[in-house]
Design a binder for this molecule. Structure first.
Ligand code: FEO
Length: 165
């Protein structure tokens, strides 16, 4: 059984995960307009992952006897200067999500709620992966930073098109 405080905090995280999905849809849309098919594809799959995260949280709240609330989602940016700006923003966003998950874990620990700590463990691991994959893309983008013909960016875009899940 979830405490009211923890149930509210997990519900807030549902909203943040759906907001993340909305941000990544917007990033995908920007990339499509800018002609980066692979980047657009990568962010579209990322948006789906965020929806899955929200569903995972909702299922857990229900299984623990809590109530799920879907609240309005805040506006998101729609414009970026370049692919590197896009990925820098995404990396910053994921760092913020990692802090959120740590705060949730801290709350569960303070309450002695072991089930929620075990449930949140999955998100802790997931955040390590998410931050790592964004760092890897940013490293590649920085490496081709001096390539003026655009072929490096084209290759990265083709590579991101291969993402399957
Ligand atoms: Fe659901 Fe990208 O964290």
């Amino acid at each position: 059984m979830l405490s009211k405080k923890l149930s509210e905090a997990l519900n807030a995280q549902i909203n943040t995960e759906l907001w993340s999905a909305y941000i990544y849809c917007s990033m995908s849309n920007w990339a499509l307009d800018a002609g980066y098919e692979g980047i657009a594809h990568w962010f579209r799959l990322q948006a789906r992952e965020e929806q899955d995260h929200a569903e995972r949280l909702a299922d857990y709240i229900r299984r623990q006897g809590g109530k799920v609330f879907y609240r309005s989602i805040a506006d998101v940016p729609n414009d970026w200067g370049s692919p590197i700006d896009l990925f820098l923003d995404a990396a910053k966003h994921e760092e913020m999500i990692t802090k959120n998950i740590s705060n949730l874990m801290q709350k569960a620990m303070t309450e002695g709620d072991f089930a929620t700590q075990v449930f949140l463990q999955w998100f802790v691991t997931e955040q390590v992966e998410e931050e790592d994959s964004l760092r890897a893309i940013l490293t590649d983008l920085r490496k081709i930073g001096t390539c003026e013909c655009g072929c490096g960016l084209h290759l990265i875009d083709r590579e991101l098109l291969q993402r399957s899940k």
